[in-house]
Design a protein around this ligand. Sequence first.
Ligand code: TTP
Ligand code: MG
Length: 584
Amino acid sequence: MAAPPTRLDNRIVLHFDYDCFYASAFEVEQPVLKSLPLAVQQKQIVVTCNYEARRRGLRKLQLISEAKKVCPDVIIVLGEDLTKFRDASKDLYLYLRSFVWGDRVERLGFDELFLDVSDMIEYNVDVLNRNDLENSFFHLDRHDPTIGFAYDATRFHGPTFPPDSEIVSDRLSAAAWSEAETLHIKLLVASHLAGYLRRQLEHQKGYTATVGISTCKAVSKLTGNVHKPNNQTTLLAPYDARENGPESNVIRFLDSHDIQKIPGIGSKLARSLKDHLLNSGRGLDSADGAPPTDNKTTVRDVRLFPGMGPVLLEKILGGPGSPKGIGIRIWNLIHGVDDSEVLEARDFPTQISIEDSYRQLETFEEVRRELIALATSLIRRMRIDLTEKTEVEDQTADSKTDHSLNPKTRWLAHPRTLRLSTRPRPPANSSGVRTYSINRASRSAPLPQYVFNLEENMDALGERLVHDLVIPMFRKLHPEKSGWNLSLLNVAVTNMVESAGEQKRSSGRDIKRMFQQQETILKEWKVPELDSAQPDIDLPVYEDSTWEESDEDEAIPSVICRICSAPIPHFAQAAHEVYHSAPD
Ligand code: TTP
Ligand code: MG
């Protein structure tokens, strides 16, 4: 068997997953809902429900009809308009980002975030006083030693994996300070930062999150899943097995997972690995004496399979269409080594697109009406995603000492291009069966300056844009007078040019004032520590996707539905399949 990969554990990564995110967005607006069973409906499906509803037997991706049977007093809210969730997602992202030094904060879909907190942790480990660990102080701003929070560095905050380690309860021994134990200390300090951020998120924004703490994206994401919701888990050192020493906690943690649960190993790769292990005549009893079943092939089954290593993995998974170096990447992943960096945050997306799909869209009047609706929501989206509120001193204030602040909105970036895309529905073939097309036709044009006028009403701007520009583009795409039978319309702005002016957000820019405000608000809070049982919930499929790389609206990696050709976010695939199989 090949040697395990070399591990470079010099980073600390936190993975945030907001609890029952869509449901929380409603609860924040109406706190009374928190104690009631609440389900969010899209089509005929519960896309998510709060934990009170889960306690009463409801599940994500359940049919609404079933949910009503299981819990007749469930409160159902409609979640098809994503505006609320997008706005919340952006707000929480900017909030958490404001704490992190170095700006490595990456969004994964709407409700997950990776934070690379290596710099903050290194700094805070350096300033620990070994003689008084109980009264440690976590510095959130390296330029102002008064900003931060007190904590007890003799123990971890929140649960760990493995649980009840002796190190958790014992005071740190002198040996723990040796080079080999640096990781242990870093993780311990990071567990307190995670606890602090979770409390802030809850008290300042009303959202709870589940956090995983480790040294890379893939492992921190999986680790968080151990204690859900409203909790956190730190994957303890050592991460490397030592001769005659303790075993690696990463290996121990990953080994029991189904191979498909490893972030970065999707269902297709998992299928190939399972097939190989099942079909290969040898080594079926490689791991623990039992052959891997079709239902569950664990990381351990794969890792200990005879001859396993990057070369065999490349043979199994490589080939046309698969990314280069897949063998080594998967070999690394099953050892908990994920080199992918937490990407640097951006102030704005590279494009914004708004679309809708239709069963029937045939007359010009229908098209015009839909285009106006899409253009108006595009402008709304631009105002949210591409502007920021700056605070300027009020020059009209009577006294020079009165520094009252007026919020002023400025554009962070100006998209230069407007794009219209449509997807015509192909005609039925001779046997009356329609083939489904994923082909879009598009046309681009320079975006007129007037859309940046923040004083103008958005409906008026949307209408003007459609008449001036979008309808002529549509006519070029579809010169026929009628009968287009469109299944999709999409309007997008692209080609972003960053506005001149203020430099990119630097770490801790606003933290001082923010912290002072929080101090005042938090004075009366006694922070509760909630530990809850772990529900059995599947993770959404992990894909490397970022705000800036995504080609679709926001960072939702999508696949095209085979039945209706709509682009479906990966995490919603299962729900979408249920939707097609559900009665109308
Ligand atoms: P999840 O993180 O999977 O779910 P959640 O945040 O609601 O619950 P948990 O506490 O288990 O993390 O997905 C985030 C949001 O994405 C969720 O609130 C609703 C939405 N979503 C869909 O629209 N379709 C889906 O199939 C799933 C799973 C989620
Ligand atoms: Mg979530």
